[in-house]
Design a protein around this ligand. Structure first.
Ligand code: GDP
Ligand code: MG
Length: 179
């Protein structure tokens, strides 16, 4: 429980490359309290064991199944994702610094691979208590060579765009690998 080492979902869902709609494993990373579980709940879908969410979405008229992992032991999960969402809270500078650490850890764990990552500044609705500007967030994403988006799980703002973005990123990398 709370770990992705015992991944029981594989026995239920076919991840074979023959299937029409591919299952993408997406892992949420980030400090406690930044809104990972809130984003996962807004994303929705079937919840399994309280930490994975299974849902299909249409992106560019093509279906994609996402298995979203919202887990405790993040270190163990650096090796299993097809894509990563690194979340910080725009109201918490230390969570922003933690996001950079996680990016570095990910790079170490998956050195030769070009894994899609999206940096997410959540809680954009909390204007008065903001500690990290949009510019700081996007500059960080440039340095870390990943996409960037600000979201508000509370207002459901940009949450759908975030998951569409993840699917597009995964498809782009897969396509360029096949050529
Ligand atoms: P996690 O520890 O990363 O899973 O964070 P949670 O999803 O449990 O959220 C931590 C707290 O932040 C909860 O009280 C949420 O209601 C609140 N929260 C999460 N997302 C937002 C948001 O976008 N805006 C605001 N105002 N609060 C949020
Ligand atoms: Mg949580």
């Amino acid at each position: 429980r709370g770990s992705c080492a015992s991944d029981s979902s594989d026995s239920v869902i076919s991840t074979g490359s023959e299937t029409d709609s591919q299952v993408y494993k997406v892992v949420l990373l980030g400090e406690h309290g930044v809104g990972k579980s809130s984003l996962a709940r807004v994303f929705g879908g079937l919840e399994d064991a309280g930490n994975t969410y299974d849902r299909s979405i249409f992106v560019d008229e093509e279906e994609a199944s996402i298995l979203l992992y919202d887990i405790w032991e993040q270190e163990q999960c650096m090796r299993m994702g097809d894509a990563y969402i690194i979340v910080y809270s725009v109201t918490d500078k230390s969570s922003f610094e933690k996001a950079s650490e996680l990016r570095i850890q990910l790079r170490r764990a998956r050195q030769s691979e070009n894994i899609p990552i999206i940096l997410v500044g959540n809680k954009s609705d909390l204007v008065r208590s903001r500690e990290v500007s949009v510019d700081e967030g996007s500059a960080c994403a440039v340095v870390f060579d990943c996409k960037f988006i600000e979201t508000s799980a509370s207002l459901h703002h940009n949450v759908h765009a975030l998951f569409e973005g993840i699917v597009r990123q995964i498809r782009l990398r897969k396509d360029s690998k096949e050529e």
